[in-house]
Design a protein around this ligand. Structure first.
Ligand code: AMP
Ligand code: MG
Length: 398
């Protein structure tokens, strides 16, 4: 058994970022940027009004009321024809280009209009008020988004504003998923005695897709070498192969043997953790292979710890490690043994911060508890007993 941290380090050392591809910007949400987004223009391109009102010279409205002659009207999308001289104003709308000579916009609420004239009757109008200068948001050549960010809606808006109709993003890792177990049927099928519904394939595919990968759900192999071998062959060309089940030492645990017979080099097998001890990692023809335990909770907890970071590394994301946070314990916990525990726990928040309450039953086959868990409580090997109210490390689940 190796420690969790060493397992994580060994997996990340073996995984490298994938190449990039170009996608239309309206397909880029959630993808990871492969090249920085650099502004192709200044924004705004010239000084514009931030409000509906009148473009004036600040000196003309230093004392109120001030009566000015309105010489033209500027709306967004057209440019002014005339410069503003002393005693003059231009009617202007939000986004309208500020005429030469004007240095301030007075909002219309501060004015009364009388045909060709406007009287500025109230407000204080410091020079530059309500004007967005050219390049106020960004200037040509400025980096808007660095590579390695997962694109959010505001990133998409910024990249579009910087005049990019397409973006270079990293390729989504292709992750093949093979479930093993003679007892498994697909959800919705009629169950014969002794059979159970296999849920790992779908849960893992969902995990992979949510992490930014492209899940290829290959189905279920019976616990026989040829069935398993045939399904694993269909993973050829994937960046990562995930297997679930058959990872222990029982007579029906065939995954490691079949993979080795195909030429897999084993990196490690068994981690000092609970749940998830029998996890296996290796490489087969340039493809990383993570053999996950069959117990559904173990499969998802180990995915959170190892598969998520591996996908993040392939995607070229900046931060790849799950973020450890701190919370207050709601109950007492006993001292831990030699394995690092990840306890499924309810997560709440009060005015003093986060509170975690580990479930009484920590059975690694209980998906109900996991799906009600907001966090995993981390218990280091040999951690002493922890009292209710003490601070403890958690992994927040999303
Ligand atoms: P194994 O690692 O194959 O010994 O499986 C451990 C436990 O997880 C057994 O009780 C299996 O029935 C169960 N199991 C294995 N694969 C799945 C799956 N895809 N969905 C639900 N349970 C599974
Ligand atoms: Mg099995």
């Amino acid at each position: 058994m190796i420690p969790v941290q060493e397992a994580m380090d060994r997996i990340l050392a073996a995984v490298t970022p994938l190449g990039s591809e170009i996608v239309a910007i309206d397909r880029a949400l959630g993808r990871v940027l492969a090249e920085p987004v650099v502004a192709r223009l200044d924004h705004p391109p010239q000084a514009v009004s931030a409000m509906d009102g009148y473009a004036v010279r600040a000196a003309d409205v230093a004392t109120l009321p001030a009566r000015l002659r309105v010489i033209e009207e500027v709306a967004a999308g057209s440019l002014p024809n005339k410069a503003i001289h002393t005693g003059e104003a231009a009617r202007i709308f939000t986004g309208g280009a500020v005429p030469e000579g004007a240095d301030t916009v007075v909002i219309q609420e501060n004015c009364t209009r009388d045909r060709e004239h406007v009287a500025v009757v109230e407000g204080s109008h410091a020079r530059g008020r309500h004007i967005r200068l050219a390049g106020n948001d960004f200037k040509q050549g400025q980096v808007g988004i660095e590579a390695g960010h997962r694109l959010t809606p505001s990133h998409i808006g910024l990249a579009a504003a910087m005049n990019w109709p397409w973006l270079a993003v990293t390729r989504r890792p292709r992750v093949a998923i093979v479930s093993t177990g003679s007892e498994l049927v697909h959800p919705g099928e009629a169950l014969k005695p002794g059979q159970i519904v296999g849920s790992n394939g779908l849960a893992l595919a969902a995990f992979v897709n949510a992490a930014g990968g492209e899940a290829i759900h290959l189905g279920i192999a019976r616990d026989d070498e040829s069935a398993l071998s045939a399904l694993i062959d269909r993973a050829a060309g994937a960046d990562l192969l995930l297997t679930s089940g058959g990872a222990s030492v029982g007579d029906h645990d065939l995954v490691q043997g079949v993979l080795k017979s195909k030429g897999m080099t084993l990196d490690f097998w068994k981690i000092a953790m609970r749940p998830g001890k029998p996890l296996m990692f290796g490489r087969l023809n340039g493809m990383c292979v993570i053999g996950l335990p069959g117990n559904p909770v173990s499969a998802l907890v180990t995915s959170t710890l190892f598969v998520g970071p591996a996908i993040a590394r392939m995607l070229g994301l900046r931060g790849v490690h799950p973020r450890v946070m701190r919370a207050r314990l709601a109950i007492d916990l006993p001292a831990n043994d030699l394995r690092q525990d990840y306890l499924r726990a309810e997560l709440r928040e009060d005015e003093r911060g986060l509170i975690v309450s580990p479930f009484g039953k920590q059975d690694s086959a209980m998906l109900t508890a996991l799906s009600h868990s907001g966090a995993l409580v981390i218990r280091a090997p040999h951690a002493p007993a922890a009292a209710a109210g003490s601070e403890i490390e958690i992994l927040r689940l999303s």
